[in-house]
Design a protein around this ligand. Structure first.
Ligand code: ATP
Length: 451
């Protein structure tokens, strides 16, 4: 029966699976890498694309009250002064006078020094400095001259681009609160703490949505989005016992928020934030209105009143979501003669939906299988064709990357136009007429439930 691996080995196993099968590679690997930075390979790109599509579909496409935006990474530096990031987006850091390592003062227990054997900072003979503030934003220069007037920042969150465009979007799309503006895009933070793979990286993709509401409706929508975001993960197959909603204590709240909760997941390294849902009040619209002189308000044509909406913000990281789907899906099952490694991805998250195999490389089977694979690709199923190795081995290779369905073309296909569809989770096989294959797969994807 299935068993989950223990903490550290599970992370190591996932990292090695990701490299071996082409999900995630260390960035600049041939030059020794660059801290907390990763590249996504063929399957990783597909996984992330699926996560983004699932998020966008649920948050934007399926709703009448949310629209999308794609704002620039570089904005006027004033934006980050006004948002509070230049002054306040800092972590308290300490340096070790012996090994010169720099660590987050509030996360020392998670840190390891660069010395060998590696120790928790402070538990060696080294002396630590007093904590100092360290700004997490990456600075750069725009234009030909590198001086103080040309400083720009890589955005540390996508949210500000949404606030800046509040009026542009509200007026052009003729929206009335409650409504949301959603965006997926890269953000950058000069993170110092060790990464736990792609859990914490220096560049990452965020999926954020600012939901603008009449202030009196704040609590109702905060409740709605907390539950909705929790449900999204469980609907996509994440085990509910591994998820929880945790309210922030008053002393944890960001400067802009009067209530925040995190959707947390129980990672192999402990419970951690997967996404945050924050009440940002009218903090951002108010600050940008005051600083820019443009009143970022809603004008209600019926009541003839101007007001500044309150904002509920679900903010998650696509990379962290992808990692969570990988960890949660991972299993090793003891079969009679072997251990089967399998990723139990929801079919909408799985990088490949269907594997197509000719049973043998003769009797017209490869040609027929190629034809069926082409049909499935045309029907927008992510399809992988494989004619190498024994059929059992081909199933295992697809199990390991989480492909939910494998279609085998055999003698019966040639005689009666019937294929065998093998289910990843139950390993059961079913005969399906070729003419019904698309419909069968559509239904299987729609009705999938985690066993
Ligand atoms: P943490 O406490 O883990 O640093 P945060 O509270 O600073 O996260 P937010 O600013 O609320 O994070 O960002 C929203 C989401 O963006 C997080 O829930 C997480 O999923 C993702 N995220 C934030 N920082 C990173 C990072 N360095 N690498 C990957 N994802 C990140």
């Amino acid at each position: 029966m299935s068993k989950q691996k223990q903490a550290a080995p599970l992370m190591e196993t996932i990292v090695s699976l990701c490299k071996r099968r082409g999900f995630i590679f260390q960035a600049s690997e041939i030059y020794g890498g660059i801290g907390n930075t990763y590249d996504y390979g063929p399957l990783g790109v597909e996984l992330k694309r699926r996560v983004k599509e699932a998020w966008w579909s649920r948050t934007v496409t399926e709703r009448a009250d949310v629209v999308g935006l794609d704002s620039a990474i570089l904005q006027n530096p004033k934006v980050w002064e006004v948002s509070g990031h230049v002054g306040g987006f800092t972590d308290p850091m300490v340096d070790c006078k012996t090994c010169k390592g720099r660590f987050r003062a509030d996360k020392l227990e998670d840190a390891r020094c660069p010395e060998k054997p590696s120790k928790i900072p402070g538990e060696c003979h080294g002396e630590l400095t007093e904590p100092r503030s360290f700004n997490l934003m990456f600075k750069t220069n725009v234009g030909p001259v590198e001086d103080s007037g040309s400083i720009a920042y890589l955005r540390p969150e996508t949210a500000q681009g949404i606030f800046l465009n509040f009026l542009n979007v509200q007026q052009s799309a003729r929206l009335k609160p409650p409504f949301g503006i959603a965006q997926i895009g890269k953000s950058f933070r000069n993170e110092i703490t060790p990464g736990n793979f792609v859990f914490r990286t220096r560049e990452f993709e965020q999926a954020e949505m600012e939901f603008f509401v009449p202030p009196a409706e704040n609590d109702k929508w905060y409740d709605f989005w907390r539950n909705e975001r929790f449900r999204w993960y469980s609907d996509l197959g994440i085990r509910e016992e591994k998820l929880r909603l945790r309210d922030h204590d008053a002393d944890e709240l960001s400067h802009y928020s009067n209530a925040t909760c995190d959707v947390e997941y129980e990672y192999p390294f402990g419970w951690g934030e997967l996404e945050g849902i924050a009440c940002r009040t009218d903090f951002d619209l108010k600050r940008h209105s005051e600083a820019s002189g443009t009143r970022l308000e809603y004008f209600d044509p019926q009541t003839k009143e101007h007001y500044m909406p309150y904002v509920i913000e679900p903010a998650g990281g696509i990379d962290r979501m992808a990692l969570t789907f990988l960890i949660d899906a991972y299993d090793e099952e003891e079969l009679e003669k072997e251990t089967r490694t399998v990723l139990h991805f929801h079919p909408e998250i799985a990088p490949t939906t269907v594997g197509v195999f000719p049973l043998v490389k003769k009797d017209g089977m490869p040609e027929k299988a190629q034809e069926i694979a082409k049909e499935l690709r045309r029907a927008r199923f992510s399809t992988f064709y494989d004619e190498k190795a024994a059929i059992g081995r081909r199933y295992r290779r697809q199990d390991e990357v989480g492909t939910p369905y494998c279609v085998t073309i055999d003698g019966d296909t040639m005689a009666e136009d019937v294929v065998t569809v093998r289910d990843r989770d139950s390993m059961e096989q079913e005969r399906v007429p070729v003419a019904e294959l698309r419909g069968w797969l559509d239904e299987a994807v729609r009705n999938w439930k985690r066993g």
